[in-house]
Write a protein that binds this ligand. Structure first.
Ligand code: SF4
Length: 295
């Protein structure tokens, strides 16, 4: 059994054992994973031509109402893995599939088990920590010198929307401190001659319907608080969840909303990425927990 868990900003203090988890994330101490496979749909410096070796961990410390990966993030669907088993999967991703990077996706509740995994096998490619941004500085410091690239979301500015969408009114307070720490650890992005990122922090922001004012304010925060050169990936692929229970989230974003946020990115001179609205489809959600979903 672990000590009282404080790995994420919820700081539940839950006692998690091999099979049970009593905290908000409901996750046991044993790693649960829903997919391990090359993934081509991240930003080009992460995926390249052959993909990132994506490890999708089950469960989530936020469980946003609009999550595209609800099957895995909300229900905890997945299979138990030991560090030795995950280390073997990482080896296959690198040696057999030739991935450019390895990505740990929503991995925070399993931070200690991942460190054990990397002590067994450290892939010889950049390691990516793909996160909701809802992290503590203390947990991130455990990863310093081990994780090469941070890929945090920056989702909400106001406590009201963060509470409505993620049940975390302290989201911005936590995520902004976490992103400052990520940038402190990794510095400005370093891109190799092959176009693959070696080191750095790349922030992601998903535009939500009716909330472009928050989007622009978040971009302004990046401009005013982080060193120039930190890229932002503005994502337009919001897929409405009719059961979200949050007023206004039951429609797609409009072209005008996308244009407003992309114009702000340009006006502020932030480097970054934008995304075709045509990717707003559940077709882009990978399969989870099937026999073909693990290398
Ligand atoms: S990782 Fe899970 S159990 Fe630990 S503090 Fe966060 S929500 Fe609670």
């Amino acid at each position: 059994m672990t000590e009282a868990c404080t790995l994420c900003p919820r700081r539940c203090g839950a006692r998690r054992d091999e099979t049970r988890g009593g905290g908000f994330c409901r996750l046991p101490d044993t790693m649960r994973i829903a997919r391990i496979a090359p993934h081509l749909w991240e930003e080009p410096p992460i995926s390249g031509q052959r993909g990132t070796g994506a490890v999708f961990f089950s469960g989530c410390t936020l469980r946003c109402v609009y999550c595209q990966n609800r099957a895995v993030s909300h229900t905890g669907e997945g299979r138990a893995f030991t560090p030795a088993e995950l280390a073997e999967s990482l080896r296959r991703l690198v040696e057999e599939k030739g991935v450019h990077t390895v990505s740990f996706i929503t991995a925070t509740p399993f931070t200690e088990r991942i460190l054990e995994t990397l002590a067994i096998y450290r892939p010889p490619v950049p390691l990516v920590w793909n996160t909701s941004g809802y992290e503590t500085v203390e947990t991130l410091r455990r990863l310093e010198g081990i994780i090469d690239i941070y890929l945090p979301d920056l989702k909400h500015l106001t406590p009201r929307m963060a509470k409505l969408c993620c049940g975390a009114p302290d989201y911005f307070e936590a995520a902004s401190a976490a992103i400052r720490e990520m940038v402190r650890q990794t510095g400005l992005p370093q891109i190799g001659e092959d176009g693959i990122m070696r080191r750095g922090t790349l922030i992601r922001h998903l535009i939500l319907p009716g909330l472009t004012g928050e989007s622009v304010a978040l971009l302004e925060w990046v401009k005013e608080n982080l060193p120039g050169g930190i890229p932002v990936s503005v994502m337009s692929q919001y897929v409405p969840n009719p059961d979200s229970g949050v007023p206004g989230l039951n429609r797609r974003i409009t072209k005008r909303e996308t244009a407003r946020v992309e114009e702000a990115l340009l006006r502020l001179g932030l480097p970054g990425f934008t995304q075709e609205q045509s990717s707003a489809s559940e077709d882009y959600v990978p399969g989870f927990n099937g026999d073909g979903d693990f290398v």
